[in-house]
Design a protein around this ligand. Structure first.
Ligand SMILES: [Zn+2]
Length: 80
């Protein structure tokens, strides 16, 4: 898992039962840059939550294009 975007849960109800189970899902980009969703348990969900990269939209001073900055070392992807 390269870039975790978010972790969320869905309620899953079985018929004839009042117990609603939580299913956790992690959304991420893999090593090939493909968006993927994977089910995980509660403990894994907590772990993945700490690894979410929060990007901020920044504007490159050279080409004035918008791109997502994850940390201060991010280089503009348009004019490397
Ligand atoms: Zn640029």
């Amino acid at each position: 898992m390269d870039q975790i975007i978010s972790v969320s849960h869905k309620y899953y109800r079985k018929e004839h039962s009042n117990n609603a189970k939580k299913h956790w899902f992690v959304y991420f980009y893999d090593a090939f840059g493909l968006f993927r969703v994977k089910r995980c348990n509660k403990l894994q969900a907590l772990y993945y939550k700490t690894r979410i990269k929060k990007g901020v939209t920044g504007i490159c001073p050279n080409c004035l294009k918008k791109f997502t900055v994850y940390d201060k070392n991010t280089i503009c992807p348009f004019c490397k």
